[in-house]
Ligand binder design. Structure first.
Ligand SMILES: NC(=O)c1ccc[n+]([C@@H]2O[C@H](COP(=O)([O-])OP(=O)(O)OC[C@H]3O[C@@H](n4cnc5c(N)ncnc54)[C@H](O)[C@@H]3O)[C@@H](O)[C@H]2O)c1
Length: 416
């Protein structure tokens, strides 16, 4: 079995989550990390998981010659500079077998175009990490219902949701650095998984052609004075000046190019889901069949009474973005696997080792950026965006949502 040496850019939440996933994947050694924050804890964690003897590199340029694969797990605002640096390192003589980029691919279409221009200069295979498409639940749906879909026809309607109570780092809340609010952060997941859930068996993830996008964005909880103050105190982000949406819902219409059939994917994302923790949900309906997933349903529940709550080690061990430390709690013992992180790393490993394309590449990531931008445009215009209209397609090329520009006050209602 070949071993691929990983170099990870970023040493925060998602880098740690991926370490938990990589511990379940054969053939990967983590050689090092580049980060802006101290890495001691993450290095110890990765060693403890048996991922190798990783070290902290001072820069991407210095890490690239020691690795086969670079995984970009740094914040959204650093995408372009990270890709620029790794491309320079390869041009200077380093050899890479693959490059991975976490979601979202870019903050807008122009930024994504720049990233694609850069990476094409070095012809290294790319993988876009949209973990939800690799979820075992989603694979099981497609496997189980595959024969039904063949006889009855593919799904006609999918409804996907990703909701939690809000991100864990200040930069996510800042629309200018992150790219917007919850639509940029989590809409990309739901747009991708909705599209995929409707895709007929055996067809590529880009088979169905996006036609129409409509969306409604709002600031429901975090715009209220009490919660604005909390954001300001906790993260130094001022939603009275630069607000972002904490709730979004919308609809994308796709066309099956073989049959002309139109199908619909509805998405709902929120940062104001004050329940147990992260919930990923998906349901789909086809002629004569249906499926439904909800990651908050676990076969494992624990109960922690008030008297015992003080003794709890870490609530996030139970569930990502856990909101409570007592009462009846759902526990997911292997979240990295449940959410698809394990399988997306297996897919990237196999693709980079064998030369076959990964399920999702950076061009696909750019398509998701385009759909996300169409959702922002639709909400700004309060109108459905027609992606088949050449003028609209052209407009999206350089469109930057008002919220991303820090002008969210012009489109979001802020209670006084
Ligand atoms: N697939 C998912 O569900 C999922 C979940 C969380 C985050 N993400 C994505 O992963 C990325 C990172 O998110 P996170 O939650 O780990 O953020 P985080 O704030 O927890 O950590 C960011 C890390 O990147 C480092 N960093 C900042 N600027 C850097 C730069 N220029 N070069 C190298 N390192 C830099 C920071 O020091 C920190 O270690 C984001 O793009 C985010 O959207 C995906």
């Amino acid at each position: 079995m070949q071993t691929l040496r990983y170099g990870i850019v970023g040493g925060g939440f998602v880098a740690q989550f991926h370490c938990r996933a990589l511990a379940q994947v054969r053939g990967i050694e983590v050689v090092g990390f580049v980060s802006k924050d101290p890495l001691d804890k993450l290095l110890a964690f990765a060693r403890e998981l048996g991922l190798g003897e990783p070290r902290a590199f001072p820069s991407i340029r210095e890490m690239v010659p020691h690795v086969d694969v670079v995984a970009i797990f740094a914040p959204n605002f650093a995408r372009v500079e990270v890709v620029e640096e790794l491309v320079e390192a390869v041009k200077a003589g380093a050899k890479l077998r693959g490059v991975i980029c976490e979601k979202p691919f870019a903050r807008n279409v122009a930024e994504g175009r720049r990233i694609l221009e850069l990476i094409r200069q070095i012809s290294v295979p790319t993988a876009y990490f949209e973990n939800q498409i690799h979820m075992k639940c989603i694979k099981a749906v497609r496997q189980q219902l595959g024969p039904v879909m063949q006889t009855m026809g593919p799904p006609l309607l999918a409804r996907s949701g990703e909701e939690h109570a809000g991100p864990h780092s200040g930069w996510f809340w800042d629309p200018t650095r992150q790219g917007g609010g919850v639509t940029s952060d989590m809409g990309c997941h739901c747009l991708a998984v909705g599209w995929y859930a409707l895709t007929p068996p055996g067809k590529s993830p880009r088979f169905l052609q996006p036609q129409l996008v409509s969306a409604d964005l709002s600031l429901l909880k975090w715009g209220q004075p009490r919660w604005r103050k909390e954001l300001l105190d906790r993260y130094g982000v001022d939603y009275s000046r630069t607000p972002a949406e904490d709730f979004a819902t919308g609809m994308v219409t796709y066309r099956n190019p073989d049959t002309g059939q139109l199908v619909k994917a509805q998405f709902t994302v929120s940062w104001m889901y004050d329940k147990m923790g992260l919930r990923l949900s998906l349901d789909g309906i086809g002629p004569g069949y249906a499926f439904e997933m909800n990651t908050l349903r676990s076969p494992l529940e624990v109960f922690i009474g008030d008297v015992a709550a003080a003794g709890l080690a870490d609530t996030e061990l139970a569930l990502e973005k856990a909101q409570a430390s007592r009462g009846l709690l759902a526990v997911q013992p292997n979240e990295a696997d449940l959410y698809g992180y394990t399988d997306e790393n297996v897919d990237a490993y196999e693709a980079f080792c064998t030369g076959r394309p990964p399920l999702l590449d950076w061009e696909y990531g750019q398509e998701i950026t385009r759909l996300t931008m169409a959702a922002y445009l639709s909400a700004e215009r309060r109108a459905t965006v027609d992606l088949t209209d050449p003028k609209t397609a052209q407009e999206l090329e350089n469109y930057v949502p008002l919220i991303q520009q820090g002008r969210g006050g012009e489109v979001l209602h802020l209670p006084s």
